[in-house]
Design a protein around this ligand. Structure first.
Ligand SMILES: Nc1ncnc2c1ncn2[C@@H]1O[C@H](COP(=O)(O)OP(=O)(O)OP(=O)(O)O)[C@@H](O)[C@H]1O
Ligand SMILES: [Mg+2]
Length: 321
């Protein structure tokens, strides 16, 4: 998409909401992003994808910033619709979004490139618990970490210490939103995240943010209640470890074929292992969120972060799969 001669008068649509289980976080991202873009002087409209069709988006905006998270918003479907209707949008295209959203597929890609990622097996909701337990017992020991294959926000995720806990969790998933879960080797360590951001046409890796929490893991509560976590950015972990994560975050961004910005999540073990959990192609965009905190640590204030993100709509290759 050709960059317009001037960004003045550009009508920017911030898309958010939708129907995914991550709707609440997306509304918060969208609200903050739209305010920042409006402060920068753009004519900005906040649109909820739950009640806005791609045609309506095309008719009222020149370019879209996506504050959508999870199913339908981060998994390539919205991106495909916008491509079809000719709406330029910031960030990754269809293929990177789809692969990034499906953790097992992403992990295959990462595994082939010799990047460390926790060992895992996939279990489906229509399997019997016995089948799922077999798969886990063949492939992994206990404890394990269970999460939706295409989830986010630590929703519907749990640590299971043994077969009994895993059985109870899998039975519970029958009432949950997702059809497929991933059971991973449990990594005892510190959650860390690393942002990648295109700044004036060049990819920059942001400082590492590490998290301490007294909760069992960096769960939904710890992510939403600041009293339940302590963040350090830049992280106080040894430079050799943070440097390795930054290098892996950039490699993973390229391997995925992500465009413009992304956020890679890691666990760091006491022995210095840094297994990569996932790459988020549409990381949360709230003003106090991880991406904003990492940008600030790199002297990029929040509105500037949004300006750089918006610019990625115009730095895409002509065809992005
Ligand atoms: N294999 C694992 N071993 C131990 N803890 C894990 C493992 N996988 C995930 N976790 C815990 O769950 C948190 C969230 O993991 P992950 O990033 O994979 O999930 P998510 O729901 O996609 O998160 P988000 O979308 O908010 O980034 C991690 O920070 C960590 O605390
Ligand atoms: Mg994550």
């Amino acid at each position: 998409m050709t960059r317009p001669n001037t960004m003045d008068g550009l009508r920017v649509g911030v898309l958010c909401g939708g129907t995914s289980p991550e709707r609440a976080g997306s509304l918060a991202s969208g609200d903050a992003a739209a305010k920042a873009l409006a402060e920068l002087g753009y004519s900005t409209t906040l649109l909820d994808t739950a009640d806005t069709t791609p045609q309506q988006v095309r008719d009222c905006v020149d370019v879209a910033v996506l504050a959508t998270h999870g199913l339908g918003g981060e998994d390539g479907k919205l991106q495909g619709a916008l491509d079809t209707f000719g709406v330029p949008y910031a960030g990754s295209g269809v293929l990177a979004s789809a692969i990034g959203m499906h953790k097992p597929t992403f992990k295959k890609l990462i595994g082939q490139s010799n990047l460390d990622t926790p060992r895992s097996v996939v279990v489906r909701r229509n399997w019997t618990v016995a089948m799922a337990l077999d798969a886990v017992n063949i492939g992994l020991g206990f404890p394990v970490f269970v999460k939706p294959s295409s989830g986010g926000g630590s929703l519907e995720a749990a640590v299971c210490q043994d077969e009994i806990e895993l059985q109870a969790f899998l039975e519970m998933t029958r009432g949950y939103s997702y059809a497929e879960y991933m059971v991973e080797e449990f990594i005892d360590g510190t959650p860390c995240t690393v942002g990648v951001l295109e700044v004036n046409g060049k990819l920059r890796v942001l400082p590492v943010l590490s998290v301490e929490t007294n909760r069992e893991f960096y769960d939904y509560t710890a992510k939403h209640d600041p009293t339940q976590r302590t963040e350090s950015c830049p992280s106080a972990l040894p430079d050799a470890v943070t440097g390795r994560m930054q290098q892996y975050a950039l490699r993973a961004h390229f391997l995925l074929g992500a465009h413009g910005y992304s956020r890679a999540d890691f666990m760091v073990t006491p022995s210095g292992r840094v297994p990569l959990l996932e790459v988020n192609t549409l990381p949360g965009l709230s003003a106090l969120g991880n991406m904003a905190t990492m940008a600030r640590a790199a002297d990029i204030e929040y509105p500037e972060l949004l300006r750089h993100i918006l610019a990625t709509a115009y730095s895409k290759p002509t065809y992005l799969p």
